[in-house]
Design a protein around this ligand. Structure first.
Ligand SMILES: C[S@@+](CC[C@H](N)C(=O)[O-])C[C@H]1O[C@@H](n2cnc3c(N)ncnc32)[C@H](O)[C@@H]1O
Length: 391
């Protein structure tokens, strides 16, 4: 379909300001910004470019049509009028997802079934055959947004959410979502300028996203499957050209260092493996060590830690020490760098004992988090905090 329509890119709360910049820098307009989405416009073919390059968004939704429906029967009627055979093959497979907030429906799964039935009825009537359907998002995906009476029907051109880059084969405890890690790196302003030091790297998500940003590598190059590939008229040749161009734009190496460390050997091993899968292992130095022993090259750049937030009370005492130690690490080793801590525990973050220069709100799932920024120059120490650093 070559005509333009609205394209809504969904994301986690807190991310729209970063997603917005990405959309603009790809040459698309920003029509509006919501709490967890940014709206742009383009053709169905344009969604390929967005899916290939966007780092911070989750789903690229292409608006097919909108109408009013007061109840499930009206929904069925209107959905069966859409020429689905133009988008989905009768031998294919599709999945329906929805966000529903309308008085006549309590369970959004019921809306999914209604939508699916209406599509299937149309296929059966026209062709005596119908595509399969189910919960798998690995083929065509249709998204229904029903609020009050307003229904909007989208093609979800991403299919699986974009956070599933495909490199995290070995997940660990409390990993950051890839899209959130990318937004966090973008929030630091790091783009390959200066070193990127990531102690407590866990499964390596921050370091890997930084590497892909520093190398200008399109995150979508890692994925072989997107929703748009399963729509009729998918232009494989154009997709090939987009990929080729993206590969040509990517750098092979960087002048600066990315250093990722963790105290748990299996975490470092997983991070290294994930980086290898992402094709960026060669630009990251990995070490097993306590965060405070992380090698920090002289110069400038970003130091970023995502320490545990702690859930059980017993852990808190220990974590207070850890966070205090992070403050000491910044003070002792961070000259010339900008320091960042990403955490969901604001009591613990006070233990860092440095003046916060900036706080960026994010959400890790349902947990409200902050990216805290510290300027690590002499004199950034809080006057109230005791000077008990020792040697
Ligand atoms: C919240 S996780 C980091 C998750 C990471 N951002 C990711 O996406 O996978 C915290 C990490 O800090 C590490 N850690 C905890 N205490 C540490 C210490 N004293 N020195 C180094 N690493 C530590 C843990 O092993 C864990 O991998």
């Amino acid at each position: 379909m070559m005509q333009k329509s609205e394209i809504i890119i969904t994301c986690a709360k807190g991310i729209p300001p970063f997603l917005r910049e990405e959309i603009l820098s790809l040459g698309f307009p920003v029509l509006s910004e919501g709490g967890s989405s940014v709206e742009t416009e383009g053709t169905l073919e344009d969604t390929m470019k967005l899916n290939l390059h966007i780092r911070t968004g989750q789903r690229v939704l292409f608006l097919l049509t909108e109408f009013h429906a007061r109840n499930p029967d009206e929904l069925h009627q209107r959905i069966s009028e859409i020429p689905w055979e133009n988008y989905i093959s009768e031998d294919g497979y599709f999945c329906v997802t929805s966000t529903v907030d309308t008085p006549t429906i309590k369970d959004s799964r019921y809306a999914n079934v209604k939508c699916k039935d209406a599509m299937v009825d149309r296929f059966n009537e026209k062709f005596g055959r119908r595509p399969d359907s189910g919960p798998e998002r690995s083929h065509a995906v249709v998204h229904l947004h029903w609020q009050g009476r307003g229904c909007r029907i989208f093609l979800d051109t991403s299919g699986e959410p974009l956070s599933r880059r495909g490199y995290r084969k070995i997940p660990l405890k409390a990993p950051m979502q890839e899209t959130l890690a990318a937004a966090t790196v973008l929030a630091t302003g790091w783009q390959g300028n200066g070193n990127f030091i990531n102690p407590m790297c866990g499964s390596g998500t921050l370091a890997i996203e930084a590497a892909m940003i520093g190398l200008s590598r399109a995150p979508g190059l890692l994925r072989g499957n997107f929703g748009f590939m399963h729509l009729k008229g998918f232009n494989e040749a154009s997709w090939g050209i987009l990929r080729k161009r993206a590969r040509a734009e990517a750098k092979k190496s960087m002048d600066v260092k990315i250093i990722a460390t963790d105290i748990i050997p299996s975490a470092v091993q997983a991070a290294r493996q994930n980086a290898a899968t992402a094709g960026v292992e060669h630009v990251i130095d990995f070490h097993v060590c306590n965060f405070s022993d992380t090698p920090v090259p002289e110069g400038e750049g970003v130091m970023i830690l995502n320490p545990p937030y702690g859930e059980r009370l017993g852990e808190m005492k220990e974590l207070e020490e850890t966070y205090r130690g992070v403050g000491d690490f910044f003070k002792k080793r961070g000259k010339g760098y900008k320091g960042y801590v990403f955490t969901g525990n604001f009591n613990l973050s006070k233990r860092i004992g440095l003046r916060t220069k900036r706080r960026v709100p994010f959400f890790n799932g349902d947990i409200e988090c902050r990216l805290l920024e510290y300027d690590l120059y002499e004199g950034s120490r809080k006057h109230s905090s005791p000077h008990t650093m020792g040697g």
